[in-house]
Unconditional design. Structure first.
Length: 153
């Protein structure tokens, strides 16, 4: 089983969106029993809070179910627990590495690095633009799905 942890600053917008988008994609592909997906924050600010209403609204709009979720913070032990730790922007990556320590097994990456363009996913907490965030998360998750499917070959 491949274990994936999506990470953003607060774990209520982008990483949560990526978690539920990717869960939806892997279920549609019949890979639900082969891939475990979760999400976490690098900060303590939103711990215990549910997904942002903008994330819930956008995922509902596109027909992706949002399951039970409360924001949690990434922990040092998560490095051993997960095969892939995927941040939404370069600041997340810096914070992930500060929390987890050296990425000796190259587990940490940006979500958009699974696309041809790379880069950061803007935080809708600040932009208010959940449409653009969804577009980028979806594109990153599609690239990640192709990568995961390629591992089985």
């Amino acid at each position: 089983m491949i274990k994936i942890l999506f990470v953003c600053h607060g774990n209520i917008c982008r990483s949560t969106m990526a978690e539920f988008v990717f869960k939806y994609m892997i279920e549609k592909e019949g890979l639900g029993s082969q891939v475990y997906v979760n999400s976490a924050a690098t900060s303590y600010e939103e711990i215990g809070n549910p997904p942002h209403y903008g994330t819930v609204r956008k995922l509902s709009e596109v027909g992706i179910p949002v399951g039970e979720h409360r924001a949690v913070r990434i922990e040092k032990g998560d490095y051993e627990k997960y095969d892939m730790i995927i941040g939404m922007d370069s600041q997340n990556i810096r914070n992930i590495k500060n929390i987890l320590g050296p990425d000796r097994d190259n587990k940490v990456s940006l979500l958009l690095n699974f696309t041809s363009r790379g880069g950061n996913i803007a935080d809708p907490w600040y932009t208010g633009n959940f449409d653009d965030t969804y577009r980028d998360v979806k594109e990153g998750c599609e690239g990640l799905l192709e990568y995961i499917k390629g591992l089985g070959k």
